[in-house]
Design a binder for this molecule. Sequence first.
Ligand code: 5GP
Ligand code: MG
Ligand code: MG
Length: 179
Amino acid sequence: MLNDIKEILYSEEEIQSKIEELGKQISVDYEGKNPLVICVLKGAFIFMGDLVKRISVPLETDFMAVSSYGQSTKSSGVVKIIKDLDATVENRDVLIVEDIIDSGLTLSYLIDILKRRNATSVKIVTLFDKPVRRTVELVPDYSGFELPDSFVVGYGLDYAEQYRNLPFIGVLKEEVYSS
Ligand code: 5GP
Ligand code: MG
Ligand code: MG
């Protein structure tokens, strides 16, 4: 598995200290509130676990799974809900936890849904962001690291459902895709 990695972009230690920072900031901003923290499956599951441990205000967790319609690499912006929330978002302060923002289409659709369900507020925290890839205007409220335009794996992010268990974020060797 490690042999497939060309380059490590951020180590486990760098990721953990960034998450500590994000957690502190979120704790300050949500003081006196009881946010509903939503993990976007599957990619964000490890980040979600590490992040909520660093948030000191009371909160509720929930999980949602979405996928772009069709199998094309370009999302139409229409997102299919595979697993919906258990919780009601009405009158809740919602914080969406995402692994990485690329085009931004998935999240802008999700934000739209949650606002239509009458959430009091909807904010986004993403661990990784590739702003140069954006096709819709979307700026996360909290962001860990900006990445260049390359496909990354590890720390929850997969290639063909593999590599999610790597504790760091890295770039795959080209031969892994082409084999
Ligand atoms: P968007 O709708 O922003 O284009 O799609 C974002 C989703 O695509 C992310 O939540 C993630 O699941 C996936 N994705 C985008 N970039 C990468 C990447 O570099 N590596 C991996 N493994 N997944 C990515
Ligand atoms: Mg994701
Ligand atoms: Mg994936």
